[in-house]
Design a protein around this ligand. Structure first.
Ligand code: ADP
Length: 444
């Protein structure tokens, strides 16, 4: 038994380390989600609101008309196909647009309508006739700054004379240049640079937005630079703070940036394993794993499947073999850049391929409603070969979403795999049943 363990560990070492595919970083995941969410993400959790002044009545709106916006702005919103405010917008917008302006901290997962809410706030508060910056937005990445800018341009397209400036790498400015755009969006370093060059006056800023604060604090220096910018704003300036998560470091950061805020939180729908049926299949070698996959493909009459492999090498081997055998599959692994990943995931979302072969790289970034089956071609272990329960949850949480039920199948090839699976069972307090390779039909 001990010897077997040793041998397992040695062979595992050889296979992992350099080949282990790490999950995407926070900023890559957030960008990928942004690129994929071209519609609202539904959320069934209750909104939690903590008002700055708990005695004042809390309004929520069911329509954009109730907000008394400029006609051009309302037209801009409708032209984007928004019919009614999202869950978080219903409550956030009346607070955001109140006069005198109040500060806000808002937390909700990606895709719930935060960007649209603060863009609307900036647009409704800037005076187009004045040719200088009145609203600033800080983003953690170059790409996100451009994306947010696009939303400003589209939503504000009927506001004649509106201009957006981008304080991002590459856009250096000369001394004595004055920025004439009403809105400036950028990353903290370049934004600070522009203000040092007196390209605009921080004391004239009416709205200051800090977007994706949780991602922001992951980048060295961004937190301090943001605070340095914020310190130069006036008391009057409206401070808005947005984040997908709200744990201790983010809360601390928020307290440094936003005085006397209204706090709105929309918790993430819990990921549970309750509505996911989990099985394992014994395979004695790679050929049997492959055969099991092809059998599964046969029973996958509805919905879509994701197959997770441990290494990039296994993933590309599997995808290639399946393609050669005329199965239609997509492959997503770490060597691709973010726009290539986004386009593969987009195709998968549109069901152009029904099967996606991948590694851990996107285990957190994929939200595809139609996924009914997740296969762990290799069980999730970290780069040292230890069971990785969190990744297990993320991977199989890709199915059974939005109240639907899903199936997860784990391939078990040897004793080491069995031990990993037992650890996972223990961790989640679940029992994973055995399934016969030739008899997948019994799943239903
Ligand atoms: P977040 O900033 O929380 O990630 P976004 O504001 O980017 O969310 O919104 C996610 C997606 O939903 C975007 O494609 C956006 O255009 C769309 N969206 C935002 N608000 C609405 C709305 N009220 N009605 C319909 N779609 C909306």
């Amino acid at each position: 038994e001990n010897l077997a363990k040793k041998v397992d560990n040695i062979s595992l070492k050889k296979e992992t380390d350099e080949n282990y595919e790490k999950p995407l970083s926070k900023e890559e995941t957030s960008l990928l989600k942004k690129m994929l969410h071209n519609k609202l993400v539904q959320n069934n959790q209750e909104l939690q609101v903590q008002q700055r002044d708990p005695t004042s009545p809390l309004y929520s709106v069911k329509s954009f008309e109730e907000l008394h916006l400029k006609k051009e702005l309302l037209d801009g919103i409708f032209s984007m196909g928004f019919n009614r405010p999202s869950k978080i917008q219903e409550t956030a917008l009346p607070l955001l647009l109140a006069n005198p302006p109040e500060n806000m901290i808002a937390q909700s997962q990606s895709g719930t309508g935060k960007t649209a809410a603060f863009v609307l706030t900036m647009l409704s508060r800037c005076d187009i006739s004045k040719p200088y910056p009145q609203c600033l937005c800080l983003s953690p990445t170059y790409e996100l700054a451009l994306q947010t800018g696009k939303v400003v341009e589209v939503m504000g397209k009927f506001l004649k004379g509106l201009k957006v400036g981008y304080a991002v790498r590459g856009n250096r400015i000369q001394r004595n240049t004055s920025i004439t755009t009403q809105i400036v969006i950028g990353t903290p370093g370049t934004m600070l640079d522009w203000s040092r060059h007196r390209a605009f006056d921080l004391r004239k800023i009416e709205v200051f937005v800090l977007d994706e604060a949780d991602v922001m604090i992951d980048t060295q220096g961004f937190k301090d630079q943001s605070i340095r910018i914020q310190r130069q704003l006036t008391e009057r300036c409206q401070m808005l703070f947005f984040s997908a998560t709200y744990d201790e470091p983010v809360i601390k950061f928020a307290q440094q940036i936003v005085r006397q805020p209204n706090v709105i939180r929309l918790r993430r729908d819990e990921e549970t394993l309750d509505n996911i049926k989990q099985y394992f299949v014994r395979c004695s070698n790679m050929d049997q794993k492959y055969e099991a996959i092809t059998n599964l493909y046969g029973v996958l009459s509805v919905g879509q499947a994701i197959i997770f492999c441990h290494t990039r090498r296994t993933a590309s081997w599997l995808a290639k073999k399946m393609c050669e055998d005329k199965f239609v599959v997509a492959l997503l692994s770490g060597e691709l850049d973010v726009s290539q990943r986004a386009s593969i995931l987009k195709r998968f979302k549109e069901a152009q391929e029904r099967v996606l072969v991948t590694t851990n790289v996107c285990s957190r970034g994929i939200d595809v409603e139609q996924v009914t089956l997740v296969v762990n071609f290799d069980l999730p272990v970290d780069m040292h070969g230890r069971p990785d329960c969190e990744t297990y949850l993320h991977r199989i949480g890709r199915t059974g979403r939005f109240g639907k039920s899903g199936v997860a199948i784990n391939f078990v090839m040897n004793d080491r795999d069995m031990r990993v699976l037992q650890d996972i069972e223990q961790h989640f307090g679940i029992k994973v049943g055995s399934l016969d390779t030739d008899n997948f039909n019994e799943m239903e």
